[in-house]
Design a protein around this ligand. Sequence first.
Ligand SMILES: [Zn+2]
Length: 194
Amino acid sequence: MEAMALRCAGCGANLEVDSDVDSLTCGYCKTPQEVVRRGGAIALKKVGDAIARVQRGTDKTAAELAIPRLERELAEREATRQRQLNEPARPPARRRLSNAVIWMAIGVPVLLFVMVGMSAEGHVTGFFIHAVWALWWTCIFGTILGYLFLRFVRSRDRTKAKHLRDDEINAEFEQETRKLRQQLARAREIVSEH
Ligand SMILES: [Zn+2]
């Protein structure tokens, strides 16, 4: 049996290897390696390299196959998010009645006071005419102002509700697609590495 002097592929130590040996583990650095005979040249090669090469090839194929699927899944989830964002947001039920009562309790006397002041102008005669005049305009202005105020409050409620709802939708999207986006980034990385 013939012994060959080969260089360890791991640490570079000189190793005495019998000619019939196909694989060995370096006694110094414990690197598993195989004896490669190619065109008369004999050398040691780390076993891990070959496995890693096969692994990389397999990974690349898998990544190339996975990318379109992951992109499709992400696009579908994105479409769902857009649909959710376009749906009208419902403001939460509020204590509308109590608010209205408070505003009427303040607004109606103020308006009535202004109207009485505008109509009377210090005249005592025709008091009932002035009172009816004042009440009449108070009702008219009260209705208009109340309507405008209600519209303003409702639109503000809707805007606020939409912001809250959109934040929830976006957070949910981020959370649900995090893994998907990570997988996609990794697959693209693997494909571009080779
Ligand atoms: Zn070694």
